[in-house]
Design a protein around this ligand. Structure first.
Ligand SMILES: Cc1cc2nc3c(=O)[nH]c(=O)nc-3n(C[C@H](O)[C@H](O)[C@H](O)COP(=O)(O)O)c2cc1C
Length: 185
């Protein structure tokens, strides 16, 4: 297998990180890999916000907690009350991928995320593709405050994200269902 295929096969969702920050070179390479994803009609219908500011990361985490508390079901409350709960697993970098209202914007954003996860893998870093943390933006007033602090432009809303850092775990490679693959000659 070549290096690219190895990185595609060996990327895993990492849910435990060391606290050290990644280098700026690594961050820039990951972001650059993201914005070279395939994009419908060349629209680049995304906006990437890399957050490394601990206070802002804490705000996002707290907003997710508040949303979980409001949900009120047992599972959500247990998460909200867990002092170690973090929707981005305390990774030191969270890249928020926002989309606008053009058709296929979510697909564009998804492509960015996958590229960034594979780029992180190629740099020896861990990453996790994220959608759950979007609940930080559920309450309109909180969303407006967060979007302002994150400088997300008008017309864009967070769709997915990727957290990145030095991995503190090595998950086993899961099986994939090959009955969902067919070759017809
Ligand atoms: C659209 C999307 C959203 C996801 N959201 C989350 C998330 O919020 N939290 C999380 O821990 N993993 C999330 N994941 C990661 C998946 O759980 C993970 O890719 C899957 O379990 C397969 O494991 P692997 O990535 O290690 O191959 C998401 C993946 C995708 C594609």
């Amino acid at each position: 297998m070549n290096e690219t295929i190895n990185n595609l096969l060996n990327r895993r969702s990492i849910r435990s990180y060391r606290p050290e920050q990644i280098t700026d070179d690594a961050l820039n390479a990951i972001l650059e890999s993201g914005i070279y994803a395939a994009t419908s009609r060349g629209r680049e219908a995304w906006y990437l916000t890399a957050v490394q500011n601990p206070a802002l990361l804490q705000k996002i985490r707290d907003a997710v907690r508040d949303t979980l508390r409001k949900a009120g079901d047992e599972k959500s409350l247990a998460k909200a009350d867990d002092p170690n709960f973090c929707p981005f697993y305390k990774a030191p970098t969270l890249i928020i991928v926002s989309g606008n209202d053009t058709p296929n914007t979510r697909i564009d954003c998804a492509n960015v995320c996958q590229n960034m996860c594979v780029a992180a893998q190629s740099l020896g870093l861990g990453s996790c593709y994220l959608a759950g943390y979007i609940m930080a933006f559920q309450d309109p007033a909180v969303a407006a405050e967060l979007k302002k602090a994150l400088q997300i432009p008008e017309g864009f809303n967070p769709q997915f994200g990727v957290c990145v850092g030095y991995t503190d775990e090595k998950p086993a490679k899961p099986e994939r269902d090959r009955t969902k693959v067919k070759i017809i000659k």
